[in-house]
Structures are given as C-alpha cells and as structure tokens.
Design a protein around this ligand. Sequence first.
Ligand SMILES: *Cc1c(COP(=O)(O)O)cnc(C)c1O
Length: 383
Amino acid sequence: MNRRPPGDAPAGASDHASGAILTIDAEAIATNWRRIGARAPSCECAAVLKADAYGTGLEVAAPALVAAGCRTMFVALPSEGVALRALAPEADIYVLNGLLPGTAATLARHRLRPVLGSLDEIAEWAAFVAAERIAGEAAVHVDTGMNRLGLTARDAVEWTRRDKVFRPGFAISLLMSHLVASETPDNLVNERQIEIFAALRQSFPGVPGSLANSSGVFLGSRAHHDLLRPGYALYGGNPTPWERNPMVPVVRLEARILQVREVGPGETVGYHGRWTARRPSRLATVALGYADGFPGNASSSDMRSGAEAIVAGVRCPVAGRISMDMLVLDVTDAPTAAVRRGALVSILDHEITVDDLAARAGTIGYEVLTQLGRRAHRRVIGR
Ligand SMILES: *Cc1c(COP(=O)(O)O)cnc(C)c1O
C-alpha cells in the first residue's frame, strides 16, 4: 500500500520521511546583501560564504548573490573556494584562512586569492608567483587586536620598508583586518582597531582596504573603507543585537510531532527527569534533537527555562533535556486540535529567530545557524 498519511502534512515523500524541514529563502539572502550594501553606497559589498554559506548551502547562496551582482566573495578554506569557483566563475574569491602549506598551486588553478596572514605565507606565495610568472593577486591580513590571524601591524609596516622600493612580489589586491567586538559598538576596542587600520593603510598606498564584517558596517563610515565583508547578516542574523534586526529572515525550521501524551503533576520528562509537570500537562514529542543541530543547551529543567517552539500560534516551552533525535514540548496551552501526530511545529521563523534560540542556549546565532539542517529535509524557495 502506498497511501499518504492523513492530516496537514505537505506533499513530497522526502518531506514526510524526515523529522524536520529547513526552508531557505534564496531571495532573502540577495535582499539582505542589497540592504547591507545600501548602508555604504560608495563601497563595494562582498559576501562571506564560509562553512557552506553559514549552513544555508553554498549552492543556494552563491547563485543568489551572483545574480544580485556580488563580485567579491570570501570563504575560509581552499576546498570551499574550489566549490565556490564552480558556482561563481567570474567572482574574485578570497580564502580567509590564508595559505595552507603546499596549496598555492591549487589556489592558482582555481583563481583563488589567499588572504596572507604571516611573513611565512607571504614568502611562500611570492616564491610560487615568481616561479609561475603570474600576477598572484592576494590579500594581506593585518592583525589589529584579534591575535588570531594576520601580520602584526609592526611587521606589516617593516615589510613595506625593508627595501628602498617596496616590492611585495605579488599583486596586493586587498589590505584587510578583522574586528574583535563589532557587535558591541560601545567597546573601545572598535575605535582602537579603526585607528590602527587607518594608519596602516598609509603604508599600502593604492591598495583597497576592508575592515567591516556584518556588525562593522553599522559602526559608521570610518569602519567602511573600500570593501564590506558581511556574512552573518546576509543569512538573516542580527548585526545590531542592541536593536531590532534590520535583516529579513532567511531560514525557517519546522519539525514533526511524533507522539502526544498526557502526564499528571509530579511526573518528570526526559533523561534524568530534570523537568517536572506542575499541573496536568499535555506533551508533544518532536523529531528534532541535538544530532539535528538543535542546541542541547536549550534544554530546560525545574530550575531554568529553555527554548520555545510555536504550535498553532502558541509559544510552547521545551520540557526537559534535548535528546539526540527528539525534544519534548509542553503543549498544554496550545489548541488541542492542532497538537496531533504528524503535525509540524515551528522551531525557527519570523517570531523565534536564530538569535533568540541562541540566547536561550547561551550561545551565539552564528553557531546555531551553522549547525542547522544536518539531517533536515531542505527546501529552497525564492530562486
Ligand atoms: C567570518 C568573517 C567575516 C564575516 O563576519 P560576519 O560577522 O559573519 O559578518 C568577515 N571577515 C572575516 C575575516 C571573517 O572571518
């Protein structure tokens, strides 16, 4: 027998067969890219697509951004650059993690530009470029306070002054640095980094500069320079956590109810019985767990509340520990008719954002976003 289950479950066998559905709005990514670009109309707006476009899917995000007119893109790894090159044949693609030893030929073959972050990397790239007789466009990354990647400002300046005439040995197509705390504008480190970077640019005349990530774009024009480098905001994350999210949502996550049950006061839910019913309660077991990328730290107990989901328009709290493949919702306050086996509940949408869920889990939206959809059925709209 091949009959479809009854109820409001959507068509499409693969939807039915998975516990969760992740909907990605490709057009929303393009809209967000335009919106960020409009904050600094005299700058070029690039796009950061590392980690599979922050979990939204490189094959979804890259074509949407190319179609919107994005010409400069950043990934973290050479392997990501190779995958992106196939989707964006014309784009300038930078590899943020720099030059991994022995990868120069791979980069050149795919016209990828390393973001060189040390004198060792610079020497290796310059030698390769000389041997191959290519222009070897590359970015130079200078550290202005992160202490993660990049030349120290002093090394960078000394490098430019080593000889009477500065000959880097390759074409420096971009000078960049990365902000430590751009999502907290009051933090004085922003001002310090902005000043150091502006001073540094004097040593690299004619080289375009780039400093601002998503939140950096909102720090004012002195952070803008020539090229904006947003990632998170393109995928719907809030670059201005101190106020309403100016971006449009990109991801929606729904998950299916497996079972509904009633428990009496005093009964506990889930591993180690951390959550106790205080009233006669209705519970829905939902097919979404930490193996799906839902944060385990969004569990609840009698001591602390956790995440929420929306069931037929009603916010329902998670009850107890998140399991590997499941979580339990207290759906006592949701309309009884809507809570039934096979129905979908809303985990992330306009009302509960990636940033909201992250706050409940004591983490950041970036982490939630990049973990989503490991096992969910993916649906792409807006392309
Ligand atoms: C990830 C990354 C970005 C993008 O940052 P968002 O906060 O996601 O906008 C920009 N620059 C560098 C160096 C990065 O590593």
